[in-house]
Design a binder for this molecule. Structure first.
Ligand code: KIV
Length: 276
């Protein structure tokens, strides 16, 4: 473990010291190595792997085995950042005992530092049981893509009074259940700010405005690799265009015969060659 490894206690302290938490997703060894080198505080092995890596429309089909696989590959980068692995759809919804067993499996097999659980008040007993089994949990309320069918699609949550009250209650319930941070996804900025002021664990926003204690984005959106990035995603590079450019240049070099050159080839003794 890196000696300056980020801990849940350091992240919790950010609420008081005001230094914003910077979080990003990663799904494999290389992306984890690079985002860690960039100095982020938290790496999420998100079930958004469904959209970014697997080409699926929804996160619902992702399995526990797939999350463990991606978690293992991320952990091979030995990140200094704290790493949380998403518990996929259906893995925490059939009772606290089973949820704990699955969280233990993810925690042991991947060696990650925490799991993330999408869900509000209704899942608070599950969160409490997982935390009670000594596995740190990041919560996730507001827009919960795993429950898109129940939420009526992937849209901003909490614009109406009752919906806003429910999200506040969700955040308070899972904070009381022991999460060390809460992802607030796609909620109006003033609501996110209010929630942030009413709970004592840090909030990490995505599409939730600047009033949160930190921000998280999907790596492919940051890098310009996503086909349809959400409105709230920022973008800091055009690696998609750059990748097409590089591979096209390679294709041209192969077709024109300018690649490979002697520099890319292995030599052989001429006397041996003559005997073949
Ligand atoms: O799966 C994911 O990437 C997430 C983030 C969008 C917070 O849950």
């Amino acid at each position: 473990m890196p000696k300056d490894k980020v801990t849940i206690h350091q992240l919790k302290a950010r609420k008081q010291d005001g230094k914003k938490i910077c979080a990003v997703t990663a799904y494999d060894y290389t992306s984890a190595r690079l985002v860690d080198e960039a100095g982020v505080d938290l790496i999420l092995v998100g079930d958004s792997v469904a959209n970014t890596v697997m080409g699926l429309e929804s996160t619902v089909p992702v399995t526990l085995g797939q999350m463990i696989y991606h978690g293992e590959t991320v952990m091979r980068a030995k990140p200094r950042a704290l790493v949380a692995v998403d518990m996929p759809f259906g893995s925490v919804n059939d009772g606290a005992g089973r949820a704990v067993n699955r969280a233990v499996k993810v925690f042991k097999r991947t060696g990650a530092d925490a799991v993330k659980i999408e869900g509000g008040k209704g899942l608070a007993p599950v969160v409490e049981a997982v935390v009670g089994s000594c596995i740190p949990v990041v919560g996730h309320v507001g827009l919960m893509p795993q429950y898109r069918a129940m939420l009526g699609g992937l849209k901003v949550q909490g614009k109406e009074l009752e919906a806003a009250r429910r999200i506040i209650e969700d955040a308070q319930a899972i904070a009381a259940a022991g999460v060390f941070a809460i992802v607030l996804e796609a909620v109006p900025a003033p609501l996110a700010e209010l929630i942030t002021s009413r709970i004592d664990v840090p909030t990490i926003g995505i599409g939730a405005g600047a009033g949160c204690d930190g921000q998280i984005l999907v790596l492919h959106d940051i890098l310009g690799l996503s086909v349809r990035p959400p409105k709230f995603a920022g973008r800091w590079a055009d690696l998609g265009d750059e990748m097409v450019r590089a591979v096209s240049a390679y294709r041209e070099a192969v077709r024109s015969g300018s690649f490979p050159t002697a520099e890319h080839s292995f030599k052989m003794d001429k006397t041996i060659l003559a005997k073949l």
